[in-house]
Design a protein around this ligand. Structure first.
Ligand SMILES: [Zn+2]
Length: 244
């Protein structure tokens, strides 16, 4: 009986010693790391990096009953190409901390009452949501000899100088990424630009009437390249011309 009792005390003592040693021997650094990890999940160290660098409007030209131009060989309507390029631009911008609103996400007009009402609704959207800039995406048609990229801004827009700079920055990106013929950044009056209150441009990515350029414009790989080039131009503009 006495031996059993002694054995019980011995086991108890060994266990207690083990627990005490474990507590004291745990390195302090381990507990410190635990504490820091918990703090990090509450207050991210680099939260600022995730703040949006701007809010922009991407306007895929036409939509619904307004087809715009039509591919001379493929018969693909311009409205489809514009929406595809715009969506690639939107995805790239959102992945790079830019807030994006589109005037349409589907095959529809913004206001289907008539064309002028639709263009006015698109132009007034920027003021309504307090956007930093407005970019309208289109594809051109003329005759089968003409090809290339051109961008327009309006002198009726109150931000005419900023619009021109925005156009030039996007133009450089598009020409270098697409290798398309540079037709220039020009002044032209379009309702969607004239009635806007923020820096605004209208991009004609290429010509659906030019046989080779048409084949490029209907190709998703080319549409993605164009959308990303437009997005890169917008990001460059926001980083250098914003918040001065
Ligand atoms: Zn168009």
């Amino acid at each position: 009986m006495k031996t059993r009792y002694l054995l019980f005390i011995l086991i108890l003592s060994v266990l207690s010693l083990f627990l005490v040693l474990k507590f004291y021997l745990t390195p302090e650094s381990v507990t410190e790391i635990d504490k820091r990890d918990k703090t990090d999940t509450v207050i991210p160290l680099f939260q600022e990096a995730n703040l949006p660098i701007g809010k922009v409007i991407i306007d895929p030209g036409h939509g619904g009953k307004e087809w715009g131009a039509v591919g001379w060989k493929s018969e693909v309507p311009e409205k489809e190409i514009n929406l595809a390029i715009a969506t690639y631009a939107k995805d790239y911008l959102e992945n790079n901390h830019v807030e994006v609103a589109m005037t349409r996400y589907l095959d529809e007009m913004m206001d289907d009452k008539d064309l002028n009402a639709d263009l006015t609704a698109r132009a007034q959207f920027a003021e309504k949501i307090a956007a930093d800039l407005f970019v309208s995406i289109h594809s051109d048609q003329f005759d089968k000899e003409i090809e290339g990229t051109r961008i327009f801004y309006s002198d009726k827009n109150p931000k005419v100088k900023e619009s021109q700079i925005l156009g030039e920055v996007i133009f450089d990106e598009l020409i270098s990424k697409l290798g398309s013929k540079p037709l220039g950044v020009k002044e032209e009056n379009y309702r969607v630009l004239d009635q806007n209150t923020v820096p605004s441009v209208l991009i004609e990515v290429g010509f659906l009437s030019h046989p080779e350029e048409e084949m490029k414009l209907v190709d998703p790989a080319y549409q993605k390249k164009a959308g990303e080039a437009i997005a890169m131009g917008i990001i460059k503009y926001l980083k250098t011309n914003q918040r001065k």
